[in-house]
Structures are given as C-alpha cells and as structure tokens.
Design a protein around this ligand. Structure first.
Ligand code: CU
Length: 287
C-alpha cells in the first residue's frame, strides 16, 4: 500500500505544480462566443478584458485541480473496496498509525491550497484597481434602474429596462437584457469604474469583462476594466435588490476611440430647439 500511495501522491503533486498551469494557459475559447447567455451554454462567456482572461484561466486551472483530486480519491476508494473487502482480505492487518503517511496526507492538501491561493491572490490584487486610468465611469444603482455618470465628459443618464412587449427581436434585442440607453465606452482604454447606490445594495456585473462588484449605499467601490474587442456586451444586477431585481439589465457598447469621441459630442450637445411654427402650420392648426 505505502509504495503505491507514495508514488501516486508524488505524481499528483508534481502534476499540480508543473503541468496544470501550462494547460490552463491554452484553454481560452476560439472563436469568440456571444456575450449573452445561450441555451445549453457550457463554461464561461468569452473573456474580452485582461482580468476576464485571467479569471477564465484560473477557472480552468481550478477545474483541473478538482478533476485530479476527485480521480485520486476515487482510485483510493476503489482500491479499498476491491482489495480490502472481506473476501479478498479475510485477515485484516492489525497495525495502526504510519507517521510518513500521516505527514503526506497533511502536507499535500496544504500544498494544494498554497498552489490555489497564490494565483488567486495575484488575480484579486490585479482586478482591484488601475493606477493608470484614462477615464472614469460612475455606476449608481437604484431600485430598479441604473444611473451612469462620465465625470470627465460631464455626461449623465439613466438606463431603464425595456419591457418584453418593447423588445424587437429583428434588431437583435434580447428579452430581459435590453435597456433604453446603452453605456458607451472606448476600446483599449483603461477605465476606472466607481460603484455606489442610492437605496439598497446592487451589483453591476458584466461576465465578459470579469466585472462584478457591489454598489453600496453611502460607499464608493472601485475596479477597472480594459475591453480589447469591439461589440455589445450584456450583464444584469447580481444582488437581490427587491421585487424588480430581474429588471436591471446592463448593455455596454464598446466602440472605437473615434466613435466614442463622436458619441460624447452628441451626448453633450444641447437638445435642438423645436422649429418655429410657420404661418401655414398655425393656419392649419386653427382650422
Ligand atoms: Cu439591483
């Protein structure tokens, strides 16, 4: 028993240390998947930010750790079931305690936890904040809609959900995922995102960005993102915030830097004054 177990333990620990990180690095999906949930979807949405990519790799790495540990425990169980049952082993051994074995089955789980903790903390600190933000987006949660502010451009607006009867599938709109106003952000830009709320706790979440942070009333939370692919990305409030919690979708359009500058100019332009009524119109209206 001891030699076989030792050999398996050594193989598993060396596999965890050396082989898995390399496998995990090669696991990103290609070609890109849709940025919204689809029926029978397996795995995470296609990552489009450095943070989401690292989360994807870490998730793959953890899955492999789980697979290896499960197979190892299954193998031990099968050995016990078949080799040490009453028929195969009628006279059981009388010894108890094996110091070497006890050290190993304590040390290996500790090592596995260390192997998991190191990349986990590295990722947590990486996603915490950016020191080189090029712009700021402020996200405010309300029951039950989102408000957005662009402090650098002095833009602010609310985004309300579109009801199912307002959804136009021909335009590629998705039920429970559309808002009347979209958040527009430039591609390849370090964006600081600030989160707060006016009433209860909400959580602004975009799976493809790897962004999910609580909007706390009376407090400001911070994270960052840098989206590397143009496109439309969807998310939802991920904190149980009341009866219309499911009516807080998020739509983000990632556009080129030029298009973003144009959007900012359009948003900042004052609304055009209503055209003055011509004499003819007035005459028609009076008839
Ligand atoms: Cu909410």
């Amino acid at each position: 028993m001891s030699r076989l177990t030792l050999a398996i333990s050594a193989a598993v620990s060396s596999f965890l240390f050396f082989a898995l990180p390399t496998w995990a690095q090669q696991a990103a999906p290609n070609p890109p998947q849709p940025s919204f949930p689809v029926p029978w979807q397996m795995g995470l949405q296609h990552p489009v930010t450095p943070v989401a990519e690292q989360m994807y790799h870490f998730h793959t790495f953890l899955s492999w750790v789980c697979v290896v540990i499960s197979l190892f425990v299954l193998a031990l169980l099968l050995i016990v079931i078949f080799r040490y049952n009453e028929k195969a082993n009628p006279i059981p051994a009388k010894w108890s305690h094996n110091t070497l074995l006890e050290v190993i089955w304590t040390a290996i789980p500790v090592l596995v936890l260390v192997v998991i903790a190191v990349p986990s903390y590295r990722l947590l600190y990486y996603m915490d904040r950016t020191t080189e933000a090029e712009m700021t987006l402020k996200v405010i949660g309300n029951q039950w809609y989102w408000s957005y502010e662009y402090p650098d451009s002095e833009i602010s607006f609310d985004a309300l959900t579109l009801q199912p009867d307002e959804i136009d599938v021909a335009k590629g709109q998705h039920r429970m995922l559309e808002t009347d106003e979209h958040v527009v952000l430039p591609v390849d830009t370090n964006i600081r995102i600030l989160f707060t709320a006016t009433d209860v706790i909400h959580a602004w979440t975009i799976p493809a960005f790897g962004v999910k942070l609580d909007n706390m009333p009376g407090r400001t939370n911070e994270t960052w993102t840098r989206v590397t692919q143009l496109g439309r990305y969807y998310g939802q409030c991920s904190e149980l915030c009341g009866v219309d919690h499911s009516n807080m979708p998020i739509v983000v359009d990632i556009v080129s830097k030029d298009d973003y500058a144009k959007w900012v100019a359009t948003k900042k332009a004052p609304a055009a004054p209503a055209p003055a009524a011509s004499a003819d119109t007035v005459k028609l209206a009076n008839q």
